[in-house]
Design a protein around this ligand. Sequence first.
Ligand code: GLA
Length: 383
Amino acid sequence: MLDALTQKFRAAYSREPELVACAPGRIEVIGNHTDYNGGTVLGAAIDRRTWVALSRRDDANRHFLSEERPGRVALRADEMERRSGAQSWVNYPLGVLDAMGDAGIGIPAGFDYMAASSVPAGAGLSSSAAIELASCLVFLRAVGASVPREQLVALGQRAENEFVGVPCGILDQGVSCFGRRDHLVFIDCRVPRFEAMALPPGSNFWIFNTHTKHALIDSLYATRHDECMEAARVIGVPLLVDATPAMLAAAETRLPRPAYKRARHVIDEIARVGQAVAALRAGDLDALGRLLFASHRSSRTWFENSSPELDFLVDALEVEQGVHGARLTGGGFGGAAMALTSDAFGERGVNRISESYLARFGTRPEIIHARTGDGATLVKPGT
Ligand code: GLA
């Protein structure tokens, strides 16, 4: 990918890229919608990455190219308005520049920029966090700045919250930044604290991308976020991480039904993440898998962010040999399901799932055997 990107950069801009960085996509392993509630979550960085190449310019012109999008976006350094339509992908790098500026870090004026990615977009694998972090690393380097990894996460999240306009937590940026091959990343989102946890040998992750996406996905995410905050307010705690099942039960009659349901999921899910960490420490993948199925049922019933396609996949995976557990991964409302499997799950199981999904929905899911990978890194640091 690095060679191909370098060649394309040369062809487009007639010069060498000075700096190159990459950052991985991620799987949300367990902890659905816990992050912005101050809870805990487990994720894995995958070996699908977004690469960003950059060379500074002497003028104040910024050129953005992406292998995945047609056309060049040309902006002057003082044009920092949010883009729309075909140019909206540029909001990720622009949002990072905006966040760096707000944090008092210098930002490069003119530059030539090119992105390329093997993280499928719209699959719940956080292609957006990957482009944010890879962009952030090259921008920082371009102005000779370096920040702690925790701040890199915060800059990516700020770009997403303030500029792109999604009130997400730090799961995606945290895992993309702190990911490590053969490890999961545990995040205590309130502190925040990040910890790599070794994955037992013989663990496999599979992604089943439905290529479906609810038309109102962004507003549904924001509504869920608001319902969680409303539940915390009525219960009388700063965030749902501070609420216990007993506190929720005591507040049930005062809570609007949707807020009760969301809180019920979040409080139980945070407890499940704790149990998942214990199962992982004990090397008990079956126990971890059972928690994944329980998580999916809770998302479906209480958080109501599943879909017929995701439910079908999880039900089909539950009866397959070698599957420890499966659930929807990421924001939900379409997107992808993930499975944690032993080596006993392979081509035959994949084919069965694919065939039965085809028979039910008339199309096949995209199926990816995802390996864990390392976190965001500057691969060409320039001189
Ligand atoms: C999306 C968001 C994350 C997290 C998940 C749900 O991926 O970007 O911050 O809230 O949904 O757990």
